[in-house]
Design a protein around this ligand. Sequence first.
Ligand code: NAP
Length: 302
Amino acid sequence: MIYDIIVIGAGPSGLTAAIYGKRANKNVLVLEAKTYGGQIINTLDIENYPVEEHISGFEFATKLYNQVKNLGAEIVFEKVVEIKNIGSEKEVITTKNTYKAKTVIIATGSENRKLGLENEEELVGKGLSYCATCDGAFYKKKKVAVVGGGNTALEDALYLADVAEKVYLIHRRDSFRGEESTIDQLKEKENIEFIYNSNVTKLNANERLESIEVTNNDGTIQTIPVNGLFVAVGRIPENENFKQLIQVDDSGYIVAGEDCHTNVEGIYVAGDNRTKEVRQLVTATSDGAVAATAAIKYINNH
Ligand code: NAP
């Protein structure tokens, strides 16, 4: 069996690509390594997507997933480990199977960047989290720290300030990357303490996280007792398994313009894992439509 389109990733861009593929009467397989929805599933309230004034990320993703299922796309939960370009056909290899397709759309998004500290992985769920809106409620009236200086870190700190007793916001420079209006809101919160020019250098734990070591750029070290640490230091595109075949930039993003074409004919990229200026829900779904339309055109011309 040869699929017309294999979409890798069931986030907003991949699922939108599947809608466009199915509506053009193509047979579409969506392969997803984890769960449907991508990173939007962690957003409590989406306010900037046209038509819906408020919708949770979970509801948005579930509606989209059901829409794709109802259109008849196949969705299989398997991790793709390689794509092979065999002339006009592509082979998509997962940990369990090999699938064939005329075209492939890579919509794998991105994953959380880690701090790279010794026991970071073991402490996930035991005081360390990459998602304030998912885990913040566990820290009611407790002490937490947020590390990072982008919009995610700022929004996490703002959210946690209403839940936790105390929030330390730790950033490696003396100015934030995130939006000025959010910074202004943060400064109004009495329970937020800003720690600039500093990095979290050690996680002290006894089963659960107990304190963090924070090192200032001048070499001064302080130990801060916290119940939770929220890491928000950006994201890394999930393109590791495609680098052999597909051109990526120095940061690992697949090189593509707004037309979503990669360097390989018949393989397209959609969403946060491609080079682009604006990484938002609306641009992710837009990419899905653009990539699928390009794939449909390619199929019809070959
Ligand atoms: P980001 O903008 O890339 O910011 C990452 C932050 O982490 C930066 O401040 C960076 O410091 C810091 N950082 C990176 N590596 C670090 C390390 N190893 N140790 C300590 N700090 C480190 O990532 P983001 O905040 O996740 O946002 C990603 C994109 O989504 C952005 O375009 C953002 O605007 C967007 N976003 C938008 C909204 C919204 O519109 N409401 C909400 C969330 C995110 P430096 O500043 O020194 O590089």
